[in-house]
Design a protein around this ligand. Sequence first.
Ligand code: FAD
Length: 405
Amino acid sequence: MQQPRAVVIGAGVGGLTAAAALHRRGWSVTVLERAARLEPVGAGISLAPNAQRALDAIDLGDDVRALAAWQGGGGLRTPGGRWLSRMDSATAAERFGGPLVLLHRATLVDLLVSRLPEGVVRTGTAARLADPGAAGRPARVATEDGEHEADLVIGADGIDSAVRRTLFPDHPGPRYAGFTTWRAVIPAPDRPFEPHETWGRGRIWGTQPLKDGRVYAYAAAVAPPGGRAPDDERSELLRLYGDWHRPVPDVLAAVTPRDVLRHDIRYMAEALPAYHRGRVALLGDAAHAMAPTMGQGGNQAIEDAVVLAHQLAPGIGLAPGTADPSAALAAYTRDRLPRTMDVVRRSARTARMITLTGVPAVVLRDAAIAAVGRLAPGLALRSFDGIADWRPPAPTYPAGARRTS
Ligand SMILES: Cc1cc2nc3c(=O)[nH]c(=O)nc-3n(C[C@H](O)[C@H](O)[C@H](O)COP(=O)(O)OP(=O)(O)OC[C@H]3O[C@@H](n4cnc5c(N)ncnc54)[C@H](O)[C@@H]3O)c2cc1C
């Protein structure tokens, strides 16, 4: 049998993981990325043990675990600085089988690209699904430079996925979640600080250290969609958070307007009928964009990629001697759709908690968090049960056991 061929549209976290995982399974892979360079947004990304275990499948889990910086305490505070609950990262690591790792997106992209042969990723190449293919017919992808035929196409083209719209034109797509976000990566402030997330009325702020000494700061606030600061986004942050507890003012002092990214949050409230059609699979935000309130969007994209490659292994979902992915893609949808939509819904529930604006509701919420933190500290971690403890389908690449081939 000829080597099966896959074309991946989109070189984000999901597309690159899928390419690396398929490459390891013996597929010939081409990744088409419309951006001129692989330059992810200047922000952090948290990877929980579920994604780290998925990354073991491409021999990357330990490289990510080595970047864990958040080994100590930290926790949840009020804007005045009162601690509502303390985070015990050792307990969390024990419960879920590893630490929560926060790394710069560029670091993750570099690691993923290091698992691919030279020339696999073609930047500056916008791609369009020309034909999703069928059992007896390859799929086709069109670019300015010509067409690619493939046994499999992966639509990893993000929240505004054109591949999704081609496959499922009646789906309403993502909807606004009611809040906007800001992110910045900056040098660490001079004065030491404890990692924290702080919940106010319809606003949150987080300050977390990266292993390389820098700091990842993020904020979210209830706002109409499409808003922009009349002057610049740093000034907007100063207006909204300038009087919050330390280290927030220290971080704001170190931020320049150029460092600040602002994004409205949208998510897929309605599930797609399937994550595949013909010879095309959707993954990551293209399939199930979610609010970032549990830090799982990228984690789920990584899980998708590894499960898809597992299903596409000869002898598992690919009938021996063929490159027809139909059975594998159906199994992929069965596996991933219920799980990812559960995470979408749980992330939306958490979003409702952080976007409360009424005083009585916020007082009640904070009192409940403080009581749980005092009386049953382990309870807060339960919101990640069934998510962070996930394991990939085949324990073929256990953590620490590096493949040499
Ligand atoms: C504020 C915020 C904080 C977040 N924090 C976290 C976190 O801590 N942890 C976490 O796991 N997730 C987090 N997420 C979610 C995470 O960023 C996404 O879920 C993840 O990036 C999705 O990856 P993806 O590969 O599916 O899509 P993307 O990263 O969006 O990649 C899609 C790629 O496809 C390319 N593309 C699009 N159209 C075409 C085309 N026609 N041809 C070729 N290429 C194309 C795009 O240029 C892009 O490179 C956060 C999101 C936000 C907004």
